[in-house]
Write a protein that binds this ligand. Structure first.
Ligand code: SF4
Length: 475
């Protein structure tokens, strides 16, 4: 693809870290840690950071919960179901704790950020030794040491975030693709969402730290970086120095070794023309966008506090597609928001048909204590919600299958990620649009970006034939 590098109007700050964290040398203790992760990619990255911090205390990662000396549950509060699972699963660890009295069990993440919930966890799960939140992960080594030295239960949750702590160690399992958080928290107040309470106000990392981290990842052989944030496209708004997600992406686009850049999750209000131009012109920025719509009806969007209407959203999609014709577009949708009528739900169906998303995360509305929506009148009966989501899934599945089928015969640029564990002799990779492609090939192709001709489409994945030699990026 040909492109011209535009002048960066808002050059980003590229200072070296001024407050590096002292990471203790890993010591060998033979101890093992097992972390269960619920929720989004930000939680996944927090888990990888916890493994990094625990390595400094001599804890190695294990995949066998029975042999763990430390079990942590990194929790999610976005929906009710994962919360229930945490109670069930942690409760069932009681027996293991009785067999192994030195076992430390901890709960972290979004659930403890609610004062009511953490009290409940503390009282209902007395065999839990440690409770901490999303804002004091860096305190994990001290908190574990405190439990070990005193033999007492410890609960430390910060309700206010402090400075962003830079330089925490991360143990990444994947050797090709890495997540990098660039903005924490969220300044929107969508009426269904608990995130502003659990993750705090919007705080962007300084660009210099991010660039250093991505340069380090490139030096370690990583090929793909996904920038993370609850509203990743709002990146920089709070820095006050003109830095934007687009200007950051342009800087990252120049880092040798990094072949692919992605970002998620975006709020439709924060997608700027500058960002669209960057997605179109910066070769390493993939033509992929996750753009939650949540509902296709204006009254519901207003009650949700989304700050855009159907027309504005559709205009944005049109502009994106006009500039980036190959865009892979995905979304989040909530079904059965309080007061949603059949006609209002039909508006969501019609929007989905009009936009034709590549795929969608579709959820039944789940009331979250501490948010505004549970106080709204006319909650939709559960069976109506279930019936609606089935209809929506059916519509979206048909669209996803059709869009994948349209790719048969095309040649896609694929980053080869590894062996397909279920199909011997096959490899898995991803297109620029982040679709999974399975194709026959040897392990020597892993880590390379190669052309793959699509021969068959399934609803969620593609099947193809590699057309080596590679088009870009060698192992
Ligand atoms: S933009 Fe809305 S849905 Fe997204 S994290 Fe913020 S409050 Fe939650």
């Amino acid at each position: 693809m040909e492109f011209t590098l535009p002048i960066i109007n808002n050059p980003v700050d590229h200072t070296k870290p001024v407050r590096p964290v002292r990471v203790p040398e890993a010591v060998e203790t033979g101890k093992k840690a097992y972390i269960v992760t619920f929720g989004c990619q930000m939680n996944e990255l927090d888990t990888q950071t916890m493994y990094g911090l625990l390595a400094g205390l001599g804890y190695e990662k294990t995949y066998d919960i029975e042999e763990a000396d430390l079990i942590l549950y990194n929790t999610c509060s976005v929906r009710e179901n994962p919360e229930r699972k945490v109670y069930g699963q942690v409760h069932s660890l009681k027996e293991l704790k009785e067999k192994k009295p030195d076992l430390i069990i901890g709960i972290s993440g979004c659930m403890p950020q609610s004062k009511v919930e953490r009290q409940k966890l503390w009282e209902r799960l007395p065999h839990v030794d440690l409770i901490f939140g999303t804002m004091n992960i860096h305190r994990l080594p001290e908190l574990i040491t405190q439990v070990q030295q005193t033999g007492q239960r410890v609960m430390e949750v910060w309700d206010e975030h402090g400075d962003i702590v830079e330089g925490l160690p991360v143990v990444r399992e994947d050797k090709l693709k890495a997540f990098v958080t660039i903005i924490y928290g969220c300044d929107y107040r969508c009426s269904f969402c608990i995130v502003p309470q659990t993750r705090g106000r919007q705080r962007s990392r300084r660009a210099g730290y991010i660039i250093n981290e991505v340069e380090q990842l490139a030096a370690e052989g990583y090929k793909e970086v996904t920038l993370l944030g609850q509203t990743v496209d709002a990146y920089g708004k709070d820095l006050g120095d003109g830095t934007t997600l687009a200007s950051l992406l342009w800087r990252l686009n120049e880092i040798d070794g990094i072949e692919r850049l992605r970002f998620m999750t975006s709020h439709p209000r924060d997608i700027t023309d500058e960002l669209i131009d960057c997605m179109r012109d910066a070769e390493k920025v993939m033509e992929q966008l996750h753009l939650p719509v949540q509902s296709g009806n204006d009254r519901i969007l207003k009650l949700m506090g989304r700050r855009y209407n159907r027309r504005q959203y559709l205009e944005l999609v049109e502009k994106l597609r006009a500039n980036i014709p190959d865009l892979t577009l995905t979304t989040d949708i909530i079904v059965g928001f309080p007061g949603e009528t059949e006609e209002e739900f039909e508006d969501t169906i019609s929007l989905v048909k009009e936009v034709e998303y590549d795929s969608a995360f579709m959820f039944i509305y789940s009331p979250r204590p501490g948010t505004g929506a549970p106080n709204l009148p006319d909650h939709v009966p559960e069976e109506v919600k279930r019936e609606r989501i089935h209809r929506l899934i059916e519509v979206q599945n048909e669209i996803s299958a059709r869009k994948n089928a349209a790719m048969v015969g095309s040649v896609q640029e694929v980053l080869v990620e590894g062996k397909n564990e279920k199909e011997p002799g096959m490899l898995n990779g991803r297109t620029r649009g982040n679709k999974i492609v399975t194709f026959p090939g040897g392990e020597e192709l892993v880590g390379r970006i190669i052309p793959v001709r699509i021969t068959r489409a399934r609803t969620w994945t593609l099947v193809g034939e590699a057309e080596v030699p590679a088009v870009a990026g060698t192992a």
